[in-house]
Write a protein that binds this ligand. Structure first.
Ligand SMILES: NC(=O)c1ccc[n+]([C@@H]2O[C@H](COP(=O)([O-])OP(=O)(O)OC[C@H]3O[C@@H](n4cnc5c(N)ncnc54)[C@H](O)[C@@H]3O)[C@@H](O)[C@H]2O)c1
Ligand SMILES: O=c1ccn([C@@H]2O[C@H](COP(=O)(O)OP(=O)(O)O[C@H]3O[C@H](CO)[C@H](O)[C@H](O)[C@H]3O)[C@@H](O)[C@H]2O)c(=O)[nH]1
Length: 327
């Protein structure tokens, strides 16, 4: 039996493949729109195709004995989702519906879904639990919430069970140094700072210094990509053992760091000084997003192993090594 990883050539998907290989057979389906061939693990079977394409899915499910699907494949740039909402609804919702239809048709009943803290929108409490209201403020967050609702309805009507994982801010790189965060364009804070410290840009911009936080910059909860990968495996094993069914879990470290603190840590780890431009707020950024991950700790025993310093150290190792490699 194999696990199908949709989006396994992307950042979080490729790290999850690395954790699975050795214990599970892995099939990766990816259209390489935002993923990279160098992130693919040669021990996994790779199918270059789109998950919105029924014929491709027929081939995948007919040629491989798929037991579960981990679904990472999506577009995930908030700003782009505001400018091109239909692209987001088509890919994140439409293609997922095609995938779910085929899973039901072929009797594949276990599904792990990559959701996001963006489903909460602007929260009214500093620490977010799964009970917080979901009020996404952009098409990206809404597309993920729509899929969450579709999953609940599918599980009611069919022999189908799922786990939804709402990640906070993914960061860091694999301990092997072989893979790490790669997005083009890059929009995430830590790789933007590290790429700048490696000389790839003249300066970095800090979006907003007048938030109601101790130093005026936004606070986020960063979680290591390998900790996220391991949460997927625990969720899958929980589904297999009947320990968990149709649940939603937050994934974060439970600690908030400001943009200024993140820059300071990156400078300390790299030994270089950043040129910082203090600019206006980025529209749609909540001041503070910190997760309570107590539910997944209690039910599945997940505990994050890496702190922010270790995330930045591993990311720095990856970026230093991959610099000039034109990924
Ligand atoms: N990176 C984060 O901090 C973060 C936070 C919360 C949620 N998420 C979610 O986690 C998932 C993975 O994020 P990531 O940062 O690894 O993104 P990524 O862009 O690196 O990976 C997504 C992968 O999916 C592939 N893909 C997209 N649409 C496809 C399609 N229709 N058919 C086949 N392949 C397709 C892309 O080529 C890419 O390899 C996404 O669903 C994202 O919304 C990410
Ligand atoms: O050049 C930059 C980039 C980011 N930031 C700031 O750094 C913080 C983190 O920004 P990221 O873009 O790295 O991450 P977000 O918190 O905006 O987004 C993350 O969390 C979201 C949920 O809230 C989504 O899931 C999204 O996919 C995921 O990357 C924010 O305050 C942002 O304003 C800057 O100041 N300068």
């Amino acid at each position: 039996m194999s696990i199908l990883i949709c989006g396994g050539a992307g950042y979080i998907g490729s790290h999850t493949v690395k954790e699975l290989i050795g214990n599970y057979e892995v099939v990766v389906l990816d259209n390489l729109t935002t993923g990279f061939p160098v992130l693919l693990d040669e021990k996994a079977t790779f199918i270059h195709g789109d998950l919105g394409d029924e014929e491709t899915l027929d081939r995948v499910f007919q040629e491989h004995s798929i037991e579960a699907v981990f679904h990472f494949a999506a577009n995930s740039l908030v700003g782009e989702s505001v400018a091109q909402p239909l692209k987001y609804y088509e890919n994140n919702v439409g293609s997922t519906i095609t995938l779910l239809k085929k899973m039901v048709e072929y009797g594949v009943d276990k599904f792990i879904f990559s959701s996001t803290a963006a489903t909460y929108g602007i929260p009214d409490s500093a620490i977010i639990t799964e009970e917080n209201p979901v009020r996404p403020i952009n098409p990206y967050g809404r597309s993920k919430l729509m899929v969450e609702r579709i999953l609940a309805d599918t599980a009611k009507a069919h022999d189908f069970k799922y786990v939804i994982l709402r990640y906070f801010n993914a960061a860091g790189a694999h301990a092997s140094g072989e893979i790490g965060e790669s997005h083009d364009p890059e929009s995430h804070l830590i790789p933007i700072i590290l790429q700048h410290l490696l000389g790839e840009s003249e300066k970095i911009s800090v979006f907003g210094t007048d938030y109601e936080t101790p130093d005026g910059t936004c606070i986020r909860d960063y979680v290591h990509v390998t900790d996220l990968a391991n949460a997927h495996i625990l969720a899958y094993e929980g589904l297999v053992k009947g320990k968990v069914e149709n649940e939603i879990f937050n994934l974060g470290n439970g600690f908030g760091y400001s943009v200024k603190e993140v820059i300071g840590l990156c400078e300390q780890i790299s030994g270089k000084k950043a040129a910082v431009e203090w600019t206006e707020r980025r529209p749609g950024d909540p001041a503070v997003l910190v997760a309570s991950s107590k539910k997944i700790q209690d039910i599945l025993g997940w505990t994050p192993k890496y702190n922010l310093e270790e995330m930045i150290q591993s990311a720095w190792a990856w970026h230093s090594k991959s610099y000039n490699r034109q990924i």
